[in-house]
Design a protein around this ligand. Sequence first.
Ligand code: HEM
Length: 476
Amino acid sequence: MGIDADNERVRGRRRKPPGLPQGKLRTAAQLLQNPDMLAHLSAFDEQGTDLLGWRNGLLRFFASRSPDHVEHVFIGGHDKYRKATHYRLIAAVTGEGLLTAEGEEWASNRRTIQPIFAKRHLDALVPHMTAATADFLDRWQQRPDGDTLDVAAAMSEVTLDVVGRALFGATLSDAADRLRPAVVVGLRTGVAAARLQLLLALPRWIVDLGGWLLYNVPFVPPPLSGIRRSMHTIDDVVRGVVDARSSSGGEGDLLDLLLAARDEDGNALSRTQVRDEVVTIVLAGHETTANGLAWLWYLLAKNPEARERLQQEVDDVLGDRIPTAADADRLVWTTACFQEAMRLYPPAWVLEREAVAEDELDGYRIPKHSTVIFPVILIHRDPRWWPDPLRFDPRRFLGERAAQSLRGAYLPFGAGRRACVGATFALMEGTLIAAMLTQRFLLDLVGGTPVRPEATVTLRPRDGLPMAMHRRPALV
Ligand code: HEM
């Protein structure tokens, strides 16, 4: 049957959306792995569409760059969708934390946990954030002026420490040394597994079974044994800290708040739920912020005027003081720079959902079990919503203009009821780290090698981000 006839045949007037151009992006894996993401923009443009559709084995895939579709899938019609299957691979490490749980279990936990991330609690966490950042910068201070370092790796180091201290206060120290390498393996595994899943398009239950076997079967060959060890290490460390805290009492951190949280019936989270949420927060809350910050330093080095304005703001608002929570609200240009960096390089550069019921987008049928992919980076760089889209212009996020930004066209933290629960935390953290680093240092790109984005689970600089650090003169 010809393509046209096939299109017209489906359910009355509904048609299939344009497919991927021949010889270009034939599978979801290619769509998600090609580091030159702007190539995908041409796939949409060549087809003159905001919605592409294709098949991989038995599974149907769609990709959309439409803010209206974002609104529909994440907000208006969210009950027809759930997280795509590869989130189940993350669940092998995190358990059923907020990022991966579904249905009533997720809804109940979200109601219990969301208040923990309220502004008043976050303000109380600021001293933990700034202490971690100050220690990190003290280590930089030992280096010679002009030293070159991988700023992407450095941002991972500081954000892991920040989230660790926000969760565990001062308790983490030796636990962190065990946790850090295990988390790195966990993240790498997530990347490899997500790619495998996209290539093989495995059914959900097989993915769940695979995760269970990996964790529970004692003898697995390398490299699976290394992954298994890391999963157990994360588990041991987190359970150890939770158990110790339950008997010793408060440190004024997120763990205290999790242990004290009660659902509508007055029930506390179970020990396993606390463990799952802690691991989720460590995984969801550090690499994302780290990548957002890495791209910020890259963009500031390329845009000296924006960088000078940032330095001026930091000098005016903070001088050489350690920032407080109140300062974070006054660092408006710094925050706008971080938001604009996440527009051009969104750490969560793609979001995916699986249809649990048949749906329709732009009149096209979305069959049950289809995966709908939103390449956030394309939406953030679409000239229809963002004039002069490739220009780094933090003014887009200042005052009235910020309020005008289109719903569905800016989604670094996702959208709707499953949007990032840590968004305010992350904005505050990004602003404070950026400001504190700017108080002391200036970062410049080195060498002529172009910095290219790599699209893994997060969007990060492919070969790291080598930059030269220079001390800024002390303020008098
Ligand atoms: C710049 C940093 C961050 C970015 C870009 C980011 C991005 C996102 C995105 C896009 C989602 C939604 C995923 C989806 O709908 O499929 C999400 C969910 C989530 N994030 Fe973040 N995140 C960041 C920082 C954080 C931090 C600091 C925390 C915790 C302290 C955190 C915890 C979570 C959790 C628990 C969820 C799941 C929420 C739910 O489904 O109820 N994130 N994040």
